[in-house]
Structures are given as structure tokens and as C-alpha cells.
Write a protein that binds this ligand. Structure first.
Ligand SMILES: NC(=O)C1=CN([C@@H]2O[C@H](COP(=O)(O)OP(=O)(O)OC[C@H]3O[C@@H](n4cnc5c(N)ncnc54)[C@H](O)[C@@H]3O)[C@@H](O)[C@H]2O)C=CC1
Ligand SMILES: O=C(CO)COP(=O)(O)O
Length: 335
């Protein structure tokens, strides 16, 4: 097998951090930034001032805003743009990508309208087999990883050998990826936890403490696993790093954009105010709550927390009504 050369598309918080992980793992990596001033700052100052100020990026990490240059000789393409723009972006880059390249999605969301997971979008746009598409997920708050704090992650691919190749390319002293062949479960868990994190943020913003947080995390995992079951996921995935791991990290951390967005709503800000405060950084759950809700409705799955988050984000529902709405539901067995 030849040398690996990875192109990372999207120089936001996670794309930049994951490119650093790859470079620190000894893998050749080129980071594509949409804006030229970002790629120039990375090349000249070894820093992405917009997304990771103060973090020195390794010399091995090359950056460009020219997709053709980024994809020249790329054996692997990492997609680190927001879920809802992935289809549009990938369609533009498609003709420049080697047809045998491994496509690796970092995005955590479900596409509005089509209700597809990101790897399904990649398969459709690229016209490749699902064996060629991998997903990286887990409890991976970018800022902590950029600071080289230890964490585990998951590389999911239905082709185990391909997952191992990607795993090897991103294993460092601070980043420990495991492989998993349950792509459906890993992706669903990653998308759903953003919605549950919004609810946890709302609860925190309303002044509720740790019992409420634990209730939302646990019941959030229950509704995620219910959806996963009907869509063919392995139930064990939900108690692993992509499931419980990512859910706990995102729901508890002030670094989470989704949790922070929810907290603003809980404190009484409008969706527009919370969006303005996010300064262009993506809180995927705000859109994915609608696509996940639609997916659940299509399959007759009850997802009450997702339903309430959707109503707060899109139907003007007051977060102060959230507790009454959820606690007041018909009593029932835990399982
Ligand atoms: N930040 C984190 O800690 C983690 C994020 N993720 C996921 O990774 C994905 C990317 O997130 P971040 O890097 O954090 O987001 P971000 O908001 O920090 O950056 C997004 C990047 O995509 C670019 N972008 C935005 N809209 C675009 C468009 N229409 N066309 C082309 N480029 C566009 C931005 O310029 C930026 O470079 C999301 O799905 C997120 O859920 C996953 C794990 C950790
Ligand atoms: O996915 C993440 C951690 O694993 C990042 O969460 P946020 O997008 O809410 O910041």
C-alpha cells in the first residue's frame, strides 16, 4: 500500500484540530480553508486565529484555500464542514477527488429534507460504495484535543480494514481511536447528542441542577437508542464512546456550542440572539432537531426531548414550559 496523504476540508474548530491530530500522528496532511486569510495565517503563523487562537499548529500541517491543490495526490479526504452544507460542498469538489479515496466524515448531523446521515450523503454524492466511507466521532470537544488533553474516539466504517487504516493515521499520544463497524449507530448517536445537549443547556439556563441534567442525558440516550434500533444500529454502540461518551461530554461541557446555545435560550434569549452570539460557529442540533424529529415520525418512534427542542427552536415554544411538558407526560415503565 502506498503512502497516505490526507486532505482535510473545513478549517473550523474541528477540521483544524483533526488536521493537527493527523499531523501529530505522522500523517501527511493538507488543510483546506474556505477563506484565504485563514490558510495564509496557518502557513505563515502556524495558527488559526479565528477558530483556535493560541494553538501552535505542527510544521507538517500544510494549508491552502485551493481545493485542487489540497486534493492533489490525496488518498483520504476528511469532510469537516457543517452537515447542512456538506452535500453542496462535496458536489463542488467531487470531480477533483480520486475515485478510490477514502472519504471520512467528521460532521454530526442529519440532512434536512432527505433525512440522510452524513455517510449516506457522501455515498450518494460521490457514487461510491459505503465501504469507502468512514466516520470519526466520540467525546471530542475540539479545544480540549487541540490542547492535547487525552481522549478516545471512534473510527466507524463498515469495512473494518479501512477503519483500521484510518485509525492508524490518527493515533497519537493524546488521541486514541477505536474502530467500530456500526456506522448507523455511531452517526445517529453523534447527531442526536447535539439535540440532547441543547435541552441540557436550556435546563442549565433555567437554573436546574445535576438531577435534571442526568435525567435528560439518560432519557436522551433512551430515545436515541429507540431510533437507532428501528434504523438498524447495534444497541451496544449507544453505551460506547460514540453514544454515552459523546453525550456526556457535550451535555456537560461549557465548551459545547450546542449546550451553550441551549443555555442562552434557557436564560430567555431568542433563537436569533443565540445565533448571533454563536459568531458563525455551528450548533448542529438547532437544525438536526427537525430532521431527527421527522425521521422519528417517519418510523413511529417517540422522541419527546427532541420534540420539545424542535418546538423551542422552531415553533416559539418557551423553554420555561419544557419541564412541565416532559415531566407531565403519561407515566410509564422505564423500558
Ligand atoms: N468543534 C467540535 O468540537 C466538534 C465538531 N464536530 C462536528 O464537526 C463539524 C464541523 O464543525 P466545526 O469545525 O466545529 O465547525 P465550525 O463552525 O468551527 O467550522 C465550520 C467550518 O466549515 C466552514 N463552512 C461553514 N459553512 C460552510 C459552507 N457553506 N461551505 C464551506 N465551508 C463552510 C467554515 O468556514 C469553517 O471552516 C460539525 O458537524 C460538528 O458537529 C465534531 C466533533 C467535535
Ligand atoms: O461534537 C462535539 C464533541 O464531541 C462538539 O460539540 P458542539 O458541536 O456542541 O460544540
Amino acid at each position: 500500500m502506498g503512502e497516505m496523504r490526507v486532505a482535510v476540508f473545513g478549517a473550523g474548530s474541528w477540521g483544524t484540530t483533526f488536521a493537527k491530530v493527523l499531523a501529530d500522528a505522522g500523517t501527511d496532511v493538507v488543510l483546506w480553508a474556505r477563506r484565504r486569510e485563514v490558510s495564509e495565517a496557518i502557513e505563515e503563523r502556524r495558527e488559526n486565529p479565528d477558530y483556535l487562537p493560541g494553538v501552535t499548529l505542527p510544521e507538517r500541517l500544510v494549508s491552502t484555500s485551493d481545493p485542487r491543490r489540497a486534493l492533489d495526490g490525496a488518498t483520504d479526504v476528511v469532510l469537516a464542514v457543517p452537515s447542512q452544507s456538506l452535500r453542496h460542498n462535496l458536489t463542488a469538489w467531487r470531480g477533483l477527488i480520486d475515485p478510490s479515496a477514502t472519504l471520512i466524515s467528521l460532521a454530526k448531523g442529519v440532512e434536512l429534507g432527505t433525512l440522510k446521515r452524513m455517510s449516506e450523503v457522501v455515498v450518494e454524492v460521490m457514487g461510491v460504495a459505503e465501504q469507502q466511507v468512514a466516520v470519526v466521532t466520540g467525546p471530542n470537544l475540539a479545544k480540549e484535543i487541540a490542547a492535547e488533553q487525552p481522549t478516545a474516539a471512534v473510527v466507524a466504517c463498515v469495512d473494518h480494514d479501512r477503519a483500521v487504516t484510518v485509525q492508524q493515521a490518527c493515533t497519537t499520544g493524546y488521541f486514541r481511536p477505536y474502530t467500530n463497524t456500526d456506522v448507523i449507530g455511531c452517526e445517529l448517536a453523534g447527531a442526536c447528542k447535539n439535540v440532547i445537549a441543547l435541552s441540557c443547556g436550556m435546563a442549565a439556563g433555567l437554573g436546574f441542577g445535576d438531577n435534571t441534567l442526568a435525567t435528560l442525558i439518560t432519557r436522551g440516550l433512551a430515545e436515541t437508542a429507540r431510533l437507532g434500533e428501528v434504523l438498524g444500529a447495534d444497541p451496544m454502540t449507544f453505551s460506547g464512546l460514540a453514544g454515552l461518551g459523546d453525550l456526556v461530554a457535550t451535555c456537560s461541557s461549557p465548551l459545547s456550542r450546542n449546550r451553550s446555545f441551549g443555555a442562552r435560550l434557557g436564560r430567555g434569549e431568542s433563537v436569533a440572539q443565540a445565533q448571533a452570539a454563536a459568531q458563525g460557529q455551528v450548533a448542529e442540533g438547532v437544525k438536526s432537531c427537525s430532521s431527527i424529529r421527522a425521521l422519528a415520525m417517519r418510523h413511529g418512534v417517540e422522541m419527546p426531548i427532541t420534540e420539545v427542542v424542535h418546538r423551542v427552536c422552531h415553533d416559539g415554544f418557551d423553554p420555561r414550559e419544557m419541564a412541565g411538558e416532559l415531566i407531565g407526560r403519561k407515566t410509564k415503565p422505564e423500558r
